[in-house]
Design a protein around this ligand. Structure first.
Ligand code: KDG
Ligand code: MG
Length: 402
C-alpha cells in the first residue's frame, strides 16, 4: 500500500495548527498533528521540504520502519521540530492502519485497558476568589480532578491564567509579551491558594498544579513540602529537566507527586527521571515526542518503574493529537490521567471528531482509525497568524535563570 501524496495543512481557527495528511494509492488517508506552539512553520517546512519527498512511494503499512528511517536516517536526531514532524507521520500511519483494518486505533494498540479515560480540567482565576469559582464550575461539569492556577499578588500577569474574562490560551498574538516573575511572591502565595481550595471543597477532589518550570530545584523542594498538607495529585514541571539528576534534590525533600515531560521529545529526555523514580507521571505527548509509536516505548519504560502517564492536552495540541492521545490512554496499562482543555467551537468545526467527554471521562469512539478529520475547505479560510508564548523576566529585568 504505497503512499502517493502527503501534504501539510496550516490553519488558524483562533489559534495555529499544523496537520499532515498522508494519502495512499487506495485513496485511504491518515492525519497527524504537527503543531509546535510558536514555532509552527519550522515543522511545516521540515515536513514539506524534507520528509514528504521521502514518504512518496513508501509502504504506508510499515509504521515502525518508517519511524526508524526518519529518526536514524536524518543523521540529526531528536529536538522538538524533528520529533513533531516524525510524530505527524507516525500518527497519520496509525490512522491509516486503523482505517484499513476497520478498527479503532486503540484496538491495534492492545485493546482497552479501561472503560474510559479519566481527564483533568483547568480552573484558573486572577485571584483566589476567582479560582474558587472556577473550581466550582468544573465540578459542576463533572470533573473530579482539577488543575488550579491563580494570579499572584504582586505579579502583574501570571502564565496559565486567562485575562479579560477569556479562557487561558498559551500563545498570544501581536508580538512577544514579557511577564515579570517573583519566586518569593509565588512561594508565599501558593500554599495559601491550596489551603483555601481544600477548605472550600474538602479532601475528596484531586487537585493538580503547574509550576511551568519556574523554580530552581531547592525552591521546588520547598514548594512541594509546603503543599504536602493539601495532598496534590501532582505538582507539574517544578523545575526544568535538562539536568535530570536535579530532581533528586526535590525527591529528597518532599512526597508531593511530581509530573513532568510536556516539553520532552524523546525517551532519552526522561530516561534517568524514570529509571531512578524521580517522577510519578510522565507527560510526554503524541505530537512532541515522536508519535504513538515512541510514546508507547516511553510508557513501557515507565511501567517498569511504577511511573504512570499523564499526557499533555493543552489547546495548542490539535484535536488530531487529542484523538491519538485518547487511543493511547485507553490502551496503555500504566495510564494515569489525561489533560483536557476543550478547544473552541471554531477549532472543533475544522476538526470534526468522534471523541466525547462525559462526567470527568473521555472516550476516543469506535470509528476505524483515530476518529478525527479535517475540513480542508474550512481550514483554508483561516490563514496562519503568528502567535508566541510569553517570555519571563525577574522583577529587576534579568532574564530568568530557570
Ligand atoms: O505550548 C505550551 C503550553 O501547551 C503549555 O504551557 C500548557 O503547561 C501547559 C499545560 O500543562 O497544559
Ligand atoms: Mg504544563
Amino acid at each position: 500500500m504505497r503512499i502517493v501524496d502527503a501534504r501539510v495543512i496550516v490553519t488558524c481557527p483562533g489559534r495555529n495548527f499544523v496537520t499532515l495528511k498522508v494519502v495512499t494509492e487506495d485513496g485511504v488517508y491518515g492525519l497527524g498533528d504537527a503543531t509546535l506552539n510558536g514555532r509552527e512553520l519550522a515543522v511545516a517546512s521540515y515536513l514539506t521540504d524534507h520528509i514528504v519527498p521521502l514518504l512518496i512511494g513508501r509502504d504506508a503499512r510499515a509504521i515502525e520502519d518508517t519511524w526508524q528511517y526518519l529518526y536514524k536516517g536524518a543523521y540529526w536526531r531528536r529536538g522538538p521540530v524533528t520529533m513533531s514532524a516524525i510524530a505527524a507521520v507516525d500518527t497519520a500511519l496509525w490512522d491509516i492502519k486503523g482505517k484499513v483494518a476497520n478498527l479503532p486505533v486503540y484496538q491495534l494498540l492492545g485493546g482497552a485497558s479501561r472503560e474510559a479515560v479519566r481527564v483533568y480540567a483547568h480552573a484558573n482565576g486572577l485571584d483566589v476568589d476567582q479560582a474558587v469559582k472556577a473550581v466550582a464550575h468544573q465540578l459542576d461539569l463533572g470533573y473530579t480532578a482539577i488543575r488550579v492556577q491563580s494570579g499572584i499578588p504582586g505579579i502583574r500577569s501570571t502564565y496559565g491564567v486567562g485575562r479579560d474574562g477569556r479562557p487561558y490560551e498559551p500563545a498570544e498574538k501581536g508580538g512577544v509579551s514579557e511577564h515579570r516573575w517573583s519566586t518569593e511572591a509565588y512561594l508565599t502565595f501558593v500554599p495559601r491558594l491550596f489551603e483555601r481550595i481544600r477548605s472550600e471543597f474538602g479532601d475528596d477532589l484531586d487537585l493538580l498544579h503547574d509550576v511551568h518550570h519556574r523554580l530552581t530545584p531547592i525552591e521546588a523542594a520547598r514548594a512541594g513540602k509546603a503543599l504536602e498538607p493539601y495532598h496534590l495529585f501532582w505538582m507539574e514541571d517544578p523545575t526544568p529537566a535538562e539536568q535530570q539528576s536535579a530532581f533528586r534534590l526535590i525527591r529528597q525533600h518532599t512526597v508531593t507527586p511530581i509530573a513532568v515531560g510536556e516539553v520532552f521529545n524523546s525517551i532519552f529526555d526522561c530516561q534517568q527521571l524514570i529509571q531512578e523514580q524521580l517522577i510519578d507521571y510522565i507527560r510526554t505527548t503524541v505530537v512532541h515526542a515522536g508519535g504513538i509509536s515512541h510514546l508507547r516505548k516511553i510508557a513501557a519504560l515507565a511501567e517498569l518503574h511504577q511511573v504512570r502517564t499523564g499526557s499533555h492536552g493543552a489547546t495548542d495540541l490539535s484535536p488530531v493529537c487529542m484523538a491519538a492521545a485518547l487511543h493511547f490512554d485507553l490502551s496503555v496499562h500504566n495510564f494515569g490521567i489525561q489533560e483536557h482543555m476543550p478547544h473552541t467551537a471554531e477549532t472543533d468545526t475544522v476538526f470534526p471528531h468522534e471523541y466525547t467527554y462525559q462526567s470527568g471521562f473521555m472516550h476516543p469512539g469506535e470509528s476505524p482509525g483515530l476518529g478525527v478529520d479535517i475540513d480542508e475547505a474550512l481550514a483554508a479560510q483561516y490563514p496562519y497568524d503568528p502567535a508566541y508564548l510569553p517570555v519571563n523576566r525577574r522583577m529587576d529585568g534579568t532574564m530568568h535563570d530557570w
